[in-house]
Design a protein around this ligand. Structure first.
Ligand SMILES: [Zn+2]
Length: 332
């Protein structure tokens, strides 16, 4: 039986030198366009084919530091300044990105829970499958930008995962350090099924991800961090000539589920620690007040370990089950 082919076709070549800007065209027949397509912007900057970097932003559609940094990179990277190939996709989940939402408005798909995808699945699953089967195999180093989106805010960190293959883990950690965000995080992924990260790592690639802020916006400082990190990583990979721009970075660890504080009540959040603050185990990080009455004391939420407040719920109201805070251990 012939295996099913992914319906996505690129409008630009991957194997010709120069700067090429086009689309991954994914047929999507619908009410307002019978033979329509989802057009995923892509740039390929090439001067020889090895090594290859694959940089993505907008995996979640409401995270903006990566897309801005990658628009800059795609518009300015000179093929003559590189050895190898840089594949840039600023809006990985284009339908979600265009809608300003975390997940796709077409099928509700969370791209980062849709891997390895399906060639005959939903729009989101087809995007996942194309990366799984075509783009990731081309790559030596993969960078996927994330931030907190509309509902979370993070201290700016690059991250690499704790992996069974220690040689691969060391290569990922070195790439994370080369990115040189203000914080560098070792992550043990507790729910890795369906993630792009896991798919890329299982193909033996060097993988770096980030969390660079959030709140459904981006700041000048965070965009500078994103742009510098992408450039540093290209130099680290031997693709871009030049000297990496390095600054101190605090190394941190998220070793287990004790890092997370989840809400068990709906209500109004009173933060009692801010991002980057050092907190002790048992120390209050937030309170939740009722929204419907006065005179009732708040519910107190405490850190389950010592560390830095690395993430927090962004909006002023919280629902039971929301992640309220992440406390990460400081390594050095
Ligand atoms: Zn994300």
């Amino acid at each position: 039986m012939q295996s099913k082919r992914n319906p996505i076709t690129p409008t630009i070549p991957f194997d010709e030198d120069g700067a090429h800007h086009g689309f991954l065209r994914l047929p999507y027949s619908r009410d307002d366009s019978a033979w329509g397509s989802v057009m995923i912007p892509i740039s390929v900057i090439r001067n020889g084919d090895r090594p290859t970097a694959l940089f993505t932003g907008g995996n979640h559609g409401d995270e903006y530091e990566g897309p801005v940094a990658l628009q800059n990179l795609a518009a300015t990277l000179d093929p003559a300044s590189i050895t190898g190939r840089v594949i840039i996709v600023p809006a990985f989940n284009t339908p979600a990105f265009r809608a300003g939402t975390r997940t796709s408005p077409i099928d509700g798909g969370n791209l980062n829970r849709s891997f390895p995808g399906r060639p005959d699945g939903t729009v989101t699953e087809k995007i996942a499958h194309y990366f799984h089967s075509t783009l990731v195999p081309m790559a030596d180093v993969v960078l996927d930008f994330h931030s907190g989106g509309k509902t979370l805010d993070f201290i700016p960190f690059a991250a690499a995962h704790i992996l069974e293959d220690k040689a691969q883990e060391a290569a990922c950690m070195a790439a994370m350090r080369a990115f040189n965000a203000p914080y560098s995080m070792r992550l043990l992924e507790i729910d890795s099924a369906g993630m792009y990260d896991t798919d890329v790592e299982s193909q033996g690639k060097v993988f770096v991800t980030t969390e660079l802020g959030g709140g459904g916006t981006a700041t000048a400082r965070l965009i500078r961090i994103a742009r510098k990190g992408a450039r540093n990583l290209l130099i680290h990979a031997g693709i871009l000539k030049g000297t990496p721009e390095m600054a101190p970075s605090i190394e941190m660890d998220m070793p287990d589920s004790d890092c997370f504080v989840f809400a068990e009540h709906d209500g109004l959040i009173e933060p009692t620690a801010d991002l980057g603050d050092y907190v002790r185990q048992g120390e209050e990080v937030a309170r939740v007040w009722p929204t419907d009455r006065t005179g009732v004391p708040p519910v107190s939420y405490a850190a389950k370990r010592d560390g830095i407040l690395a993430a927090r719920h962004f909006q002023g109201l919280v629902k039971a089950g929301d992640c309220m805070a992440v406390v990460a251990e400081v390594l050095y």
